[in-house]
Design a protein around this ligand. Structure first.
Ligand SMILES: Cc1cc2nc3c(=O)[nH]c(=O)nc-3n(C[C@H](O)[C@H](O)[C@H](O)COP(=O)(O)O)c2cc1C
Length: 160
């Protein structure tokens, strides 16, 4: 059956990592978890992500013109859940580092990128966001937080 449920299910079979998309906006820090993050271009360095129209956080991030991406490690499941919980105090109780643009990043992620929004295009119930990476840092190798069929895993994955 070609239902919205089975569409979600088939897309869930595509294994991804998870990132935090964060920004220092005019009046506060804003951030959300995302697994739609992907690389787009090496020259110039471009990345993309999709943000739901229902997100209350994305318009705040968009209004700042840029954002940081923290690539999550397997020990970040809790912070990932926090950054997808509506109304939660997402930045409390953790130490944050800052990118050169002033956006918050987790100091113990697998890496971060400092991004400037290049285009935002309506795409169904999401916005397709393309952004230029203006700075980045590669951390020491580590185990990524893996997301598959709506579940988190580390390495080796234990979905089956
Ligand atoms: C693993 C995971 C991946 C997610 N990926 C996205 C995404 O790519 N785009 C998106 O708009 N929301 C995504 N979300 C949902 C947001 O993190 C968050 O729930 C949503 O922004 C609601 O909070 P808000 O109203 O503060 O924006 C994801 C959530 C989880 C747990």
């Amino acid at each position: 059956m070609l239902t919205q449920r089975s569409f979600r299910d088939v897309l869930g079979r595509f294994t991804t990592g998870v990132v935090l998309v964060t920004a220092r906006t005019e009046d506060r820090l804003a951030g959300m978890a995302a697994n739609s993050f992907t690389s787009v271009s090496l020259d110039p360095p471009l990345i993309a992500l999709c943000a739901a129209h229902t997100s209350t956080t994305w318009p705040l991030i968009r209004s700042s013109g840029g954002f940081a991406v923290t690539i999550l490690s397997d020990h970040h499941e809790e912070v990932c859940r926090l950054f997808s919980t509506p109304g939660a105090d997402r930045f409390a109780g953790r130490t944050w580092a800052s990118t050169p643009s002033g956006h918050p990043v987790l100091p113990d992620g697998l890496g971060w990128l400092d991004c400037r929004i290049q285009s935002v295009q309506r795409a169904g119930d999401h916005e397709l966001v393309i952004a230029e990476a203006v700075d980045w840092n590669v951390a020491a190798a580590g185990v990524p937080l893996i997301f598959h069929s709506g579940r988190y895993a580390g390495w080796p994955p234990d979905f089956l």
